[in-house]
Design a protein around this ligand. Structure first.
Ligand code: PLP
Length: 383
């Protein structure tokens, strides 16, 4: 597939050959909407920029290689990527999805796609029997996040792949939290991986983008068709930024994880933290599974502070962490899921999942550990 073995080498070199005209070491931003044709029916393979853009193509090839796959397709946002994947199905299709997942994905399924005849069963994907129990003849897809946003549950991807295979359904995995540095679902049997590239792949909180990856030629053809037919593509600048960002993904993920482990240990020992979810802690209910299918645990942690008032005091006290939506940037971010990212999930479902008024989600950045620890310590002291 590629001549490079290591993750960082692939991130830096796949589809990153010097540009042939000038030798430019970085891929140029091809800021054009169209391409001159020599005569009718004769061109260089590039016709119109919704369909063809060399900067986007370089990024698509590069990110696919990181997931251990051949085909990547870039989109204007993570939601555009997910929406396009859902268009592989038709009205009447049944989709089994995680009950705990990004609120925007839940909203797309519940408020948009259900109007077009899609049927959804939301289950606890960490419970294999629960998934098996909702499979029906019309089940066309199993859609999961792992780790989930925000409760950090882990789905057994090999098990899901065998359930999907038996049901003749697609297994789609949102790999945003783990990134291909720590987890490659396609190598575990997934058919399709999606990302909000806005998060770790971009890594600097300065872009919105999405990507769909597959190693199946039949699916690649359909996704490519939909990418062009629906047209939710990014311009060339985001793929260029992503090509630059991904070169440091390996370094960044190591530091995100180092900081998250330190913060998780501090929170776990603190008497005023009522509960903590980080898959790298041996107390996490799915720690063993995470160890089996991931090569690291990432930079995301959720903590229960006990009440909205405690969460508010914590959020007002942090100095290095910034209270903001999103995650995966070099700067540490703090999110209150109920009021920010998961507001569209009905309260009864949030309560069942543990997405309470006191829940806070921490995206540990790559600042110096001692500054993050001091910040968390002084913020926990006001709980
Ligand atoms: C796990 C996950 N998937 C998908 C998305 C949607 O991505 P975007 O905001 O780039 O549309 C998000 C956004 O927060 C997310 O956290």
């Amino acid at each position: 597939m590629t001549k490079y073995k290591g993750f960082a080498t692939k991130a830096i070199h796949v589809a990153q050959e010097p540009e042939p005209v000038t030798g430019s070491v970085t891929t140029p931003i091809f800021q054009t909407s169209t391409y001159a044709q020599e005569e009718i029916g004769k061109h260089k393979g590039f016709e119109y920029a919704r369909t063809h853009n060399p900067t986007r193509f370089a990024w698509e090839k590069n990110v696919a290689s990181l997931e251990g796959a051949r085909f990547g397709y870039a989109f204007g946002s993570g939601m555009a990527a997910i929406d396009t994947v859902m268009r592989l199905l038709s009205s009447g299709a049944h989709v089994i999805c995680s009950e705990d997942m990004y609120g925007g994905t839940f909203r797309l399924f519940d408020k948009v796609l259900s109007r077009y005849g899609y049927l959804f069963s939301a289950v606890d994907m960490s419970d294999i029997e629960a998934v098996k129990n909702v499979v029906r003849p019309e089940t066309a897809m199993i859609y999961t996040e792992t780790p989930t946003n925000p409760m950090m549950r882990i789905t057994d991807l090999s098990e899901m792949a065998s359930i999907a295979k038996e049901a003749k359904a697609l297994l789609v995995v949102d790999n945003t939290f783990a990134t291909p540095y720590f987890q490659t679902p396609i190598t575990l049997g997934a058919d399709i991986v999606v990302h909000s590239a806005t998060k770790y792949l971009g890594g600097h909180s300065d872009l919105v983008s999405g990507v769909v990856i597959t190693d199946r030629e039949d699916l690649a053809e359909q996704i490519k068709f939909l990418q062009n037919a629906v047209g939710a593509v990014p311009g060339p600048f985001e793929p260029w930024l992503l090509l630059r960002s991904v070169k440091t993904l390996a370094l960044r993920m190591e530091k995100h994880q180092e900081n998250a482990k330190a913060v998780a240990h501090l929170c776990e020992q603190h008497p005023d933290v009522k509960a903590i979810w980080y898959p790298g802690l041996s107390s996490h209910p799915h720690h063993e599974l995470a160890k089996k299918q991931m090569s690291g645990f990432g930079g995301m942690i959720s903590i229960e502070t006990g009440s909205f008032e405690a969460a508010q005091r914590f959020a007002k006290t942090v100095k290095v962490f910034t209270l903001a939506e999103s995650l995966g940037g070099v700067e540490s971010l703090l999110c209150h899921p109920v009021s920010m990212t998961h507001g569209s999930i009905p309260k009864h479902q949030r309560d069942r999942l543990g997405i309470t008024e006191g829940l806070l989600r921490l995206s540990c950045g790559i600042e110096d550990s001692e500054d993050l620890l001091a910040d968390i310590e002084q913020s926990l002291s006001v709980l």
